[in-house]
Design a protein around this ligand. Structure first.
Ligand code: FAD
Length: 461
């Protein structure tokens, strides 16, 4: 036996698993196909800027990432989003229009900003007001985000609120995404209050003190790469890190054998912490149906493009956090963030850094375009949308093929079957962004849970 535990995938899910195992004095082998650890977390420092190639922050309300950061001694490095400056614009018919103040995703909580916004038509505003009378109820079947939001606020709220807001998170379409998996809180609010507006207002009242204290997003001053470095440092001595791709996995009398290009690893406990489509390729010899289910989870491809300009390139300072482009108006850009406004410590004085997000289910082809073509197309769009003419002083492109899992309609039932089948393979665990939450805190939580399950199994063995 090479190691009691092997983990396949060195993104945040696999790293968290290895870390919590190491904390419990359980040695493991972590196998990562790329030459670096972190998966889609990748921070670079360019011209004094902190550039995030993948995720740039995590939601404050989900505790697992912050707990891990505290344990790693990085609490002093944590910064919050500058929420007092938060305005998000939406590109509509040739204009950048601010999202109305008080919006919680697509749920309005303030009347006057809703009445005043030019982003929505009067029929939609009236409909959003009448939503207060939506009767409580629970849908027996899962449904799409688009159907759910349309039933509450109408189709325009899908096109100009839900679609652009969710595209920046999932890179997917509201007509495919599952409401129960993506916005379970709203399903609960509908069941209890009928009206989402009523429900969100009640929640806000109940959580007033807490809501004021926490920034919406948190991150690390030097980039999320700091989290990867700190985790890697803590693994030394307990975790053997190998770089190579697992080719296949099979059962043995004592656990599992992982086939590599050159050799194999035997282990008693196995955690597949890679993307579900890669897990599907490995799980076939363990359980064909499990592999089929894992392979049926769609993934979208995406890309971030960081562009640095001198401040003087802009006729006036950029206000707010950035903008979203709804699918109806979209060419390439899905979203763009003014990095220096959203977070302090990321951009030196005199520089403006724009972080552009491209891709989504429908745009996988753009990954194969040349860097020059991508920068030219993105800058061209920015010129039109933001209204300036300069070319960037520097640029960085990060491509993420099939990295964002899509929780499509029916995902809760699919996950229940995956979980049940995985549970009957002794010593087998899954972790990753394809199952019970796509964000960094969800991945940390899943990695921790896998480590705890293994720890219990080894104690009772
Ligand atoms: C562009 C982008 C922006 C995002 N923004 C945010 C954000 O701001 N906030 C947030 O909370 N979340 C964000 N997310 C989501 C979040 O970052 C990811 O869901 C999370 O980091 C995924 O971690 P993971 O370890 O599950 O998977 P990954 O990071 O994808 O890691 C999986 C690893 O497994 C390895 N692997 C696969 N197959 C094999 C094999 N056969 N053998 C060995 N290794 C293998 C891969 O090389 C990879 O490194 C973003 C995601 C992307 C792509």
């Amino acid at each position: 036996m090479d190691a009691p535990v092997a983990i396949i995938g060195g993104g945040i899910s696999g790293l968290s698993t290895a870390y919590y195992l190491a904390q419990a004095d359980i040695p493991s082998t972590l196998l990562e196909a790329r030459p670096r650890l972190g998966g889609v977390i990748q921070s670079e420092h360019v011209e004094g800027c902190v550039i995030e190639g993948g995720p740039d922050s995590f939601l404050s309300i989900k505790p697992a990432a912050m707990e891990l950061i505290r344990e790693l001694g990085l609490a002093g490095e944590v910064i919050g989003s500058n929420d007092h400056l938060r305005v998000t614009y939406v590109w509509k018919k040739g204009r950048l229009l601010p999202l109305p103040d008080g919006l919680q995703l697509m749920v309005p909580t303030k009347l006057l900003p809703l009445l005043a916004t030019r982003l929505l038509s009067w029929p939609t505003k009236v409909r959003m007001g009448l939503e207060l009378f939506h009767p409580p109820g629970r849908h027996p079947e899962d449904q799409s985000v688009a159907d759910f939001v349309t039933a509450h606020y109408g189709a325009e709220a899908v096109d100009y609120l839900a679609e652009p807001l969710l595209s920046g998170i999932y890179g997917g379409s509201p007509s495919a995404l599952s409401i129960s998996s993506v916005l379970p809180r709203f399903v609960e609010l509908e069941a209890r209050y009928g009206s989402l507006t009523k429900g969100v207002l009640a929640e806000l009242k109940a959580n007033k003190a807490q809501a004021k204290r926490l920034p919406l997003f948190r991150t690390l001053k030097g980039g999320l790469g700091q989290l990867v470095s700190a985790l890697t440092a803590r693994l030394a001595g307990q975790t053997k890190v190998l770089h190579g791709r697992a080719q296949a996995v099979e059962r043995t009398a004592h656990g599992f054998r992982i086939r590599l290009e050159d050799g194999s690893i035997d282990c008693a406990q196995l955690v597949l912490a890679c993307e579900a489509h890669n897990a599907a390729l490995l799980a076939g010899r363990l359980d064909g149906r499990l592999a089929e289910l894992l392979g049926s989870i769609p993934y979208s491809s995406s890309m971030t493009v960081a562009l640095g300009f001198p401040d003087a390139a802009f006729p006036r300072p950029l206000e707010g956090f950035g903008f979203l482009v709804p699918k109806r108006e979209r060419r390439r850009l899905v979203a763009c963030t003014w990095v220096g406004t959203k977070f302090s410590h990321r951009v030196p004085g005199g520089t403006t850094l724009l972080r552009c997000f491209l891709g989504g289910m429908d745009d996988g082809g753009i990954l194969s375009e040349s860097d020059e073509a991508i920068v030219a197309a993105v800058v061209n769009e920015l010129h039109e949308i933001v209204g300036f003419r300069a070319m960037p002083a520097f640029s960085r492109i990060f491509r993420w093929p099939r990295s964002m899992a899509q929780y499509t309609v029916g995902h809760p039932a699919r996950w229940a079957e995956i979980e049940a089948r995985a549970a009957v393979i002794p010593g087998f665990q899954l972790a990753g962004n394809a199952y019970t939450g796509i964000g960094i805190p969800d991945c940390v939580r899943m990695g921790k849970r896998a480590a705890e399950t293994i720890s219990k199994a080894l104690c009772t063995a």
